[in-house]
Write a new protein. Structure first.
Length: 404
């Protein structure tokens, strides 16, 4: 139970459990010393987010044939009729031109070095038969994560814990700040001091309030390759990888009616997760670990089932472009078919459960995921990791996450 509570507070997974809530953070926590503050543009960041009429021509009124008898010509005129001047061929040219603009924008994103990304997310997880009803509304104006990446790949992220876990009901803001380079992750959980009264186990957990470091090479050699995602919740979206994936799906791109710079691209949820740098198995296990105990199945087997569902889940990615390249990306994924797959696993685990019982448990289950990503390409971003004799909690975190 203690491990579950720690993970619930510290691990900010891609699938978020709890009531919907929103809060905003205008700066890094006040408890940070000046030399520990993140890059200015993140420290000062807030969690606020960052159509043509057809041309027609008139057809002249029809006239009678000159040599026809007068009696055959009605004493009326034909009403004027208008038709759009744009032909099918011209419309195709316009769409081709728009898609060409999209490709250029994706090319620009694929060469980005420094960039800032704000990410908001929402989810509907409902299984009436299990009494599960979790709805987190997507709020584009209240991003859960604001991250900056410089040309060297160094990263600083500011996570609004309240936006993920309904922290608005707490009456105060809770932030988590991380800095990362190739070999080290520095984490600031100073704000978690405000959560101790809700979960006293935090005081002795690996996520106790304070500043600490994690040696990434040691964690990887210990078998925890995805420790950053486990601590922060997901990797920072890489515009280059995402652009490559979207370019591969350009054949499905369609211009949104009335919005020449907005496009819908069809893909799968798995392809999107992988393109945004997230570990598919980590995301799957994040939700499977919460569902498995409720249905009495092995968490590893259920995780595999979720991975299979993600690879089939139809996903619409809406891309908006501007003069700098990709401006925003919004995702809608429907993974509800997982509730049609789980009954077979339950039946294999417990043959005594009747088909009728399984139907009652999973009938009408819904799993929809939404995500909104706002890009700001900025080559001037320079992330500087804080210096100090920070406590090393590598072994504690490896022990916590080893095997899962």
């Amino acid at each position: 139970m203690q491990r579950r509570r720690l993970v619930a507070i510290a691990v900010l997974g891609s699938f978020v459990a709890g009531a919907c809530g929103s809060s905003s953070s205008d700066s890094a926590p006040d408890s940070l010393a000046p030399e520990q503050q993140p890059a200015d543009s993140v420290a000062d960041a807030t969690f606020d987010t960052i159509v043509d009429d057809s041309i027609a021509e008139t057809i002249p009124a029809a006239t009678a044939v000159a040599d026809a008898p007068d009696s055959t010509v009605p004493d009326t005129t034909v009403p004027e009729t208008t038709v759009p001047a744009t032909t099918v061929a011209e419309a195709q040219v316009d769409e081709d031109a728009s898609l060409a603009k999209l490709k250029v924008a994706l090319d620009q994103a694929s060469t980005a070095s420094g960039y800032r990304i704000s990410t908001s997310q929402g989810q509907v997880l409902q299984v009436p038969g299990l009494g599960v009803d979790q709805v987190i509304e997507l709020d584009r104006t209240a991003p859960a994560i604001v991250a900056e990446v410089d040309a060297d790949g160094e990263t600083v992220s500011l996570v609004d814990v309240g936006a993920l876990f309904g922290g608005g009901d707490l009456g105060f803001e809770v932030g988590l700040i991380t800095w990362q380079d190739d070999g080290e992750l520095i984490v600031d959980t100073s704000d978690y001091e405000r959560l101790v009264e809700f979960d006293p186990t935090l005081e002795t957990s690996p996520f106790r309030p304070g500043m600490f470091r994690v040696d990434l090479d040691t964690a990887r050699s210990s078998g925890v390759d995805n420790i950053v995602e486990l601590i922060v919740g997901s990797g920072v979206v890489d515009p280059a990888s995402l652009a490559v994936a979207l370019q591969a799906a350009l054949g499905t791109a369609e211009v949104v009616d009335g919005e020449a710079d907005t496009f819908d691209i069809s893909t799968t949820y798995a392809e999107f997760l992988e393109a945004t740098g997230q570990d598919l198995n980590t995301v799957a296990r994040g939700i499977a670990s919460g569902v498995a105990p409720s249905v009495g199945v092995d968490v590893d087997e259920l995780s595999d089932l979720y991975v299979a569902a993600y690879r089939e889940a139809p996903t619409r990615v809406r891309v908006t472009i501007d003069e700098t390249g990709v401006d925003t990306i919004e995702l809608e994924a429907n993974v509800s078919q997982i509730w049609e797959m789980i009954p077979d696993l339950v039946a294999q685990t417990d043959p005594t459960v009747s088909e009728a019982q399984l139907d009652l448990l999973f009938d009408g289950g819904v799993l929809r995921v939404e995500q909104f990503i706002d890009f700001d390409l900025d080559d001037s971003i320079d992330v500087v990791l804080p210096e100090g004799d920070f406590e090393d909690r590598t072994e504690e975190l490896v022990a916590l996450f080893a095997g899962g």
